[in-house]
Design a protein around this ligand. Structure first.
Ligand code: C2O
Ligand code: CU
Ligand code: CU
Length: 480
């Protein structure tokens, strides 16, 4: 694995052979966008209880062919979970796969033992029942497997879903929020298909993982969405394992960026594009006119990301001839605390290079960082070589203090848990560890290009009580 650090030249060669979706303007949108079901829940002793069953299945993405897939409560992807701030939730996850899995709640603030990282594998046939109190702002989070070394495979096969948090502040705002009508999950993934219908794509020469030539939105190829309201809220999730997007509309129209990974912005930011690397989310509100069709596209990402240069179509919005009026957007959305680094308890630097972080690769038995509960730290993160990378931190939503010394753009001004890293650019993050200390079970930070993560581009942090010693336990069965 180490040899790849020096393989920049080979990577550039492989880059030109990447699978690329048909160019922008070339797609015929002929399938209604699938909207994932809302997960049913029951209340047991005051706890909201969901069930997720991971299983193998077959999914028809293209006419006349079937693809072996994995899904939760269905053959591909999973239902959308919705819970409110202040609620206790439990998810009963049953592993119906032939191998172990985990379920990680990406973006969720929760105890490390409930986080679903590689330290909490669920054996084939077993049930895992994490329970925690939802205590964070309204946001679009998601869930996916996080098995050591096998995350990409399981996510690419279909294991992922959205987890929406509601709160009173968001509920009081005049925003579109009727799920499936004017509040739409948009899970964007790229896949390739072989002649027999199976997902294809080998990692081999590509240093960023598998890139597909077909875009799926919520598992739908070439989707359109019938829009019946003047405004529609799109909860964009880059659920791809390697591809980076820069979302725009084909006619260059403006939209309002209202939320990032961990919640609403202070105020809507008028934008014409929003880039998302794997794992990142953005909530946007876009206005349509009666009867029109407009296509959500992806433009070439910032060249410094080294993430390809294609533009392609994603989703067509088809506005009805007569639209239900939508209220105007509020001028302010959420109160965000000032990102104040003056009381930072520690300052640390993370250099992302090759498939390593600070020249180290993931070791389940090593705590790379030990933080003290209820403190903040400043983490300086930098991608120092020409591979596309990102940086994701579990448990917490961080703030971007600055980018190369400059104030962050609107899209990085709110709560974030994942950021893309352009080569050479330095991001300073204010990271806070609250509420939950556990000297034995770590959280993860890593590149969210899933193959990089699987290759070991990941580190572990423990959060401990002041003055307590870490006592990291390896997960059962891990020996190296
Ligand atoms: Cu979305 Cu550690 O993962
Ligand atoms: Cu995560
Ligand atoms: Cu990476």
């Amino acid at each position: 694995v180490i040899v790849m650090i020096a393989a920049g030249a080979i990577w550039f060669g492989a880059n030109s052979a990447r699978a690329t979706p048909p160019a922008a303007g070339e797609l015929t949108f002929d399938r209604p966008l699938h909207i994932p079901d809302l997960a049913p829940s029951t209340i047991e002793d005051g706890v909201r209880v969901f069930e997720l069953d991971a299983a193998e299945g077959r999914t028809s993405f293209l006419p006349g062919s079937e693809t072996p897939t994995l899904g939760y409560n269905g053959s591909y992807l999973g239902p959308t979970l919705v819970a409110s701030r202040g609620e206790d939730v439990r998810v009963e996850v049953t592993n119906g796969l032939a191998e172990s899995t985990t379920v990680h709640w990406h973006g969720m603030h929760l105890p490390a033992a409930m986080d679903g990282g590689p330290h909490t594998p669920i054996a084939a046939g077993a049930t895992w029942q994490p329970e925690w109190t939802v205590d964070q702002p309204a946001a679009s989070l998601w869930y996916h497997p996080h098995l050591h070394g096998r995350t990409r495979e399981q996510v690419d096969a279909g294991l992922a879903g959205m987890f929406l948090i509601k709160d009173e502040e968001e509920a009081a705002l005049p925003l579109p929020r009727e799920y499936g009508v004017d509040d739409i999950p948009v899970i964007v993934q790229d896949r390739s298909f072989s002649a027999d219908g199976a997902f294809s794509g080998s990692i081999g020469m590509q240093f960023d993982g598998v890139l597909g030539d077909t875009i799926l939105v919520n598992g739908t190829v070439a989707p359109y969405l019938d829009v019946t309201t003047e405004h529609v809220r799109l909860r964009l999730l880059n659920g791809s394992s390697a591809r980076m997007y820069d979302f725009t509309f084909a006619d260059g129209r403006e939209f309002a960026l209202i939320g990032t990974d961990g919640g609403l912005l202070e105020a809507p930011a008028v934008s014409t594009s929003v880039p998302l690397s794997p794992g990142e989310r953005a909530e946007i509100v876009v206005a349509v006119s009666p009867g029109e069709r407009v296509v959500l596209q992806s433009q070439a990402p910032d060249p410094a990301l080294h993430a390809g240069d294609a533009s392609f179509d994603v989703l067509e919005l088809r506005a009805a001839a007569s639209l239900t009026p939508s209220p105007g957007l509020p001028a302010t959305l959420a109160d965000l605390p000032e990102a104040d680094e003056s009381d930072a308890a520690a300052r640390r630097a993370f250099e992302m290079s090759g498939h390593s972080i600070n020249d180290r690769q993931m070791d389940l038995g090593r705590a790379d960082v030990v933080a003290t509960v209820d403190t903040s730290e400043v983490w300086t993160v930098r991608n120092s070589n020409p591979l596309p990378h990102s940086f994701h931190v579990h448990d917490t939503q961080f703030r971007v203090l600055d980018v190369d010394g400059e104030a962050p753009p609107a899209r990085l001004s709110g709560w974030k848990d994942t950021i893309a890293l352009e080569q050479g650019r330095e991001y300073r993050l204010l990271v806070r560890f609250e509420d939950y200390a556990d000297p034995t079970t770590p959280y993860m930070y890593h590149c969210h290009l899933l193959w990089h993560e699987d290759q070991g581009m990941m580190g572990q942090f423990l959060v401990v009580e002041p003055g307590h010693e870490p006592d990291l336990r390896r997960p059962e069965g891990d020996s190296d």
